[in-house]
Design a protein around this ligand. Structure first.
Ligand code: NAD
Ligand code: ZN
Length: 347
């Protein structure tokens, strides 16, 4: 089968590899679509190899069960679904409570094995996944819509769900970075809350996408953005701020515009430093009562919810589809900020 593999730092190669066989409790999935996340581009840009062996990328996977392994009901052959990306232990206290994204077996860094970032991923014709990680999508959702649910929607939905108590009538939410994750976050905020959604990005086309997704107002990122957002909220700020970029600039913007008792959620992995201190409110730190959460992926329940939102028409992914062989072109466009929504590879 074909597989896009990371064969060395910065080197993505289309290689022919054997079709894997599902072991006990696993299924072989014929990939119907594979999304490209900014995290893939991050991994491709690392100056060191992530694994000694070639690594098949791809953690946003939708497809059909081709073969079931031992102990998996053979009736699942032919099932259409999307792959939950936290391959957690299922046994620890966190998993028992439904918090598989921070599984104890993953240690303090809490990143359970994730296809395409350890085990072989879905930028291939086939991928083996744990049967319990394969979440059904029914017959109607097409694979290009379903694949980005695995991360772009899962991660955005998880970040938003943790702030629902702040986002009542009259509240404001800010989404920074309207790419794969951010354009979903705007729709999820609209679907789950009465909050007014403000969106920030660099370019007009991304701001137009934010408005298409339901943002009430949009702001080009710049020196005046914080003042403009504060002016929109009577000087108080937003009850929830989601940063899907995570650079110094966006982290500082988030701290500058979050309201007292508000929620600041770090999702983007830009390595930025928000400049929070322990001094009284009014200095460079957070206002009183504000919380920060470094939000990782989501729970299996979040993925079911994302599938339900998509199936019921409350969430429509903007997707740019590419032929499988064109992955390098898709990465190039993503790196240059030219993808509208999510780039998705089709077999
Ligand atoms: P993307 O490239 O699709 O979107 C990023 C968006 O941010 C683009 O629209 C870009 O124009 C915009 N942007 C860049 N710099 C900006 C700035 N200074 N101000 C405002 N907007 C800016 O990326 P994505 O796939 O949506 O991923 C977003 C981030 O989330 C990445 O850092 C990715 O690695 C990370 N991520 C985190 C998790 C998690 O679990 N925490 C999961 C998936 C992705
Ligand atoms: Zn991702």
């Amino acid at each position: 089968m074909r597989a896009w593999q990371l064969t060395g730092p910065g080197t993505l190669e289309l290689r022919t590899v054997p079709v894997p066989e599902p072991g006990p409790g696993e299924v072989l999935v014929r990939v119907g679509a594979a999304g490209i996340c900014h995290s893939d581009s991050f991994v491709l840009g690392l100056p060191f190899a992530l694994s000694p062996e070639p690594l098949t990328l791809g953690h946003e996977i939708a497809g059909t069960v081709e073969v079931t392994g031992p102990h998996v009901p053979v009736e699942r052959v032919g099932e259409r679904g999307v792959v939950y990306l936290c391959w957690s232990c299922g046994q620890c206290r966190a998993c028992a409570a439904g918090h598989e994204n921070v599984c104890h077996a993953a240690g303090r860094t809490a990143m359970p094995p994730c296809p395409g970032l350890g085990p072989p991923g879905g930028m291939a014709d086939f991928v083996v996944v744990p049967a319990r990680a394969f979440v059904p999508i029914g017959d109607d959702l097409d694979f290009a819509q379903a694949a980005p649910l695995a991360d772009a929607a899962l991660t955005s939905l998880h970040a938003v769900r943790g702030t629902l108590d702040r986002l009542g009538p009259g509240s404001t939410a800010v989404a920074i970075g309207i790419g794969g994750l951010g354009h979903v976050a705007v729709q999820v905020l609209r679907a789950l809350t009465p909050a007014r959604v403000l969106a920030v990005d660099l370019t007009d086309d991304k701001l137009a996408l934010a408005r298409d997704c339901g943002a009430a107002a949009t702001f080009a990122a710049g020196a005046d953005t914080a003042a403009a957002i504060l002016a929109q909220t009577g000087g108080r700020g937003a009850e929830a701020v989601f940063d899907f970029v995570g650079t110094d600039d966006t982290a500082r913007l988030a701290v500058s515009v979050v309201a007292p008792d508000g929620a600041y959620r770090m999702v983007g992995l830009g390595g930025g430093i928000p400049g929070i201190d322990a001094g009284p409110a009014g200095g460079p730190g957070l206002p009183w009562g504000a919380t920060v959460r470094k939000s990782y992926a989501g729970t299996r329940s979040d993925l079911f919810a994302a599938v339900d939102l998509a199936r019921s028409g409350h969430l429509t992914l903007a997707v740019d589809t590419f032929a499988f062989a064109d992955a390098p072109a898709a990465f190039d466009l993503l790196d240059r900020g030219r993808v509208r929504g999510r780039a998705v590879l089709l077999p």
